[in-house]
Design a protein around this ligand. Sequence first.
Ligand code: S3P
Length: 175
Amino acid sequence: AKRARRQPEAVIVGMMGAGKTRLGKEMSQMLGIAFEDADEQIERRIGMTIPKYFAKHGEPAFRQVEYDVIDETLGSFDGIYALGGGAPMTPAVRERLRNYADRGGRVIYLLADPSEAMDRARRGGGRPMLDGDADARWMALYEQRDPVYRQVANVIVRTHGMTPKAAARKMIEMT
Ligand code: S3P
């Protein structure tokens, strides 16, 4: 499909700890293009950390801000764009991603080894969706979300056992 207007080179979805931000940055450096991260955009907009915002306003308010930044960015930014893990669970975000893919956009499902992603997410902290038993929460979310990521993505990149550089190269080759 021909590109009608500015839109990201690629959008990355996947679980917390999969490496969306890390590998998205790596890809953008290899390609010499811009990188944007939805969680960072959200924190700039709300003026506080995501866990603080969750505690103060709750998840639905967070999902609304998340939708707003994604909606704006999908129509105006042309680099690599990493979304937060929960973003595709919002129907309006899925609708936007479908529209982006219909215009020729690439949506990459970054599929890391579950135990490694879970470890990284737990150790990284700052993730209110993992409050309580972080590993059990991660696994329950993974089971819910994996089919949805597969539904919105048009490329699935499995990075099990790869170095970050090799994984980023594979993501570039496959898009
Ligand atoms: C969330 C994932 C986080 C962040 C927020 C909610 C989720 O992003 O958007 O804590 O619901 O999975 P990462 O996937 O970058 O950790």
